[in-house]
Structures are given as structure tokens and as C-alpha cells.
Design a binder for this molecule. Structure first.
Ligand code: SF4
Length: 222
């Protein structure tokens, strides 16, 4: 059984299918405490709204009719028995699965167990303003592939500098999609654009979070 905080049908607010319909499954529990976390409710066991089996989650996804599925949290990859759900989802070629993972869990074993390419990993790198940088799994910078995304969550100029160094050091733009995602309220998007211009940061995308433009910043289930 999985602790599910919320599940809903909406548009994908970020990522490769941004703006398209997607079913969201948000798991309870996170092994990080980012300074600017906008989903602190996912930390709290009291927030769990329902316990669902892998089959029930799959059925909910199919009933919704959206082909995009986003598994998020919290942290999806620390859930007990997450492989059982991934086996089911990986075997349905009509679905496109995005796993939003916080960067602490090595994705390589998951890639080996779930080989079909309908699963993509959207891997965060938590930069210094999060206070969580030392928890990042650096192997992920090596094993991402062309249907994956590295998402650098930037809240300061120091964060931008570190993102730039990592993108260069690991030649990330030749391996996967690379996004710069601003921490809402901490950094101006203009500052990010100026940084991209100054550093000639090609093949990196500034990503605005659509759901925060469409709905209230603190709205849930959208
Ligand atoms: S990883 Fe995500 S859910 Fe966990 S503390 Fe950081 S922002 Fe919040």
C-alpha cells in the first residue's frame, strides 16, 4: 500500500509535457527538508489522505484518461514497494511516466529494473540555497539519458554559479534536457536570463511553473 497525499487530473505545470494533461500522484514522505519547500504538507504522516495499492493507483490513472502521469512527492523513489507500481506502469506503453525525484536517490538501479523508455526521470539538483546540496547523489549526473531531465532549482546567484559548473563538468546538455527552475519569490527570472546570456548557456531552458501562474501560488490539487 502507498500513502497518497493527493491525486488529481490537471495540466503538467513543468517538465517536458508542460501544458499537457497529466494525472498526478503525490506520495507522502520526503527525506529532505529544503529551506524553500513548497510542499511541506507532504512531510507529515497526518496529511495522508488515502492508502492505495499499486493496482488501485493504476486503475485511477486509466480512468482519468490522461496519457501523461507524474509521480511526485515528497519523494516517490523512497516509497516501500515503489518497484511494484513501476513494473505495472512500465508495461503499459500507452502511458508516459515522469518520476519527479529530489536528487538523493540513485536512479541507476531503477533504470536497470524498468527498461522500457516510457519512464523518464526528472531529477532535481538542490543547490546551496536549499541547504540540502550535500545530500545529492552525484551518480545521477552520470547516468541520465536523453529522455530524462536535470532540473536545477535556483534561488540565488550562488545557485546559478553552481548549476553552471555542474552542467559544464558533466556535459549535461549532451545527455539530457536541462532546466533552470526558479524558487518562486527568491530570485527574479530576469536575473536568470541575464546569467544565461552572460555565460552563453545554450541548450538549457528557463522553466516557469505554469500552475503557479494559473492558480494561486499555494493552491493544492491543481
Ligand atoms: S525534496 Fe521536495 S518535498 Fe522534499 S523538502 Fe525538498 S522541496 Fe520539499
Amino acid at each position: 500500500m502507498f500513502n497518497i497525499i493527493e491525486k488529481f487530473l490537471s495540466i503538467d505545470g513543468e517538465g517536458p509535457s508542460s501544458g499537457e494533461l497529466a494525472t498526478f500522484i503525490r506520495f507522502q514522505g520526503c527525506n529532505l527538508r529544503c529551506s524553500w519547500c513548497d510542499t511541506t504538507y507532504s512531510w507529515d504522516k497526518e496529511s495522508t489522505s488515502e492508502m492505495l495499492t499499486a493496482e488501485e493507483i493504476y486503475n485511477y490513472i486509466k480512468e482519468n484518461g490522461a496519457t501523461n502521469v507524474t509521480l511526485t512527492g515528497g519523494e516517490p523513489l523512497i516509497q516501500d514497494n515503489i518497484d511494484k507500481l513501476l513494473y505495472i506502469l512500465n508495461s503499459d506503453d500507452s502511458l508516459i511516466i515522469h518520476i519527479e525525484t529530489n536528487g538523493t536517490v540513485d536512479i541507476e538501479p531503477f533504470k536497470k529494473r524498468h527498461k522500457r523508455t516510457n519512464i523518464s526521470y526528472i531529477v532535481d539538483f538542490k543547490l546551496p540555497s536549499s541547504n540540502m546540496t550535500n545530500k545529492m547523489n552525484l551518480n545521477n549526473l552520470k547516468v541520465v539519458e536523453n529522455n530524462d531531465v536535470y532540473k536545477f532549482v535556483v534561488g540565488s546567484n550562488k545557485d546559478l554559479q553552481m548549476a553552471y559548473e555542474l552542467i559544464s563538468q558533466y556535459a549535461l546538455t549532451s545527455k539530457c534536457l536541462v532546466y533552470l527552475s526558479p524558487v518562486s519569490g527568491n530570485i527574479d527570472m530576469e536575473e536568470i536570463v541575464e546569467f544565461m546570456k552572460d555565460t552563453k548557456l545554450n541548450k538549457v531552458r528557463l522553466q516557469a511553473q505554469l500552475h503557479k501562474i494559473i492558480w494561486d501560488k499555494n493552491a493544492r490539487g491543481v
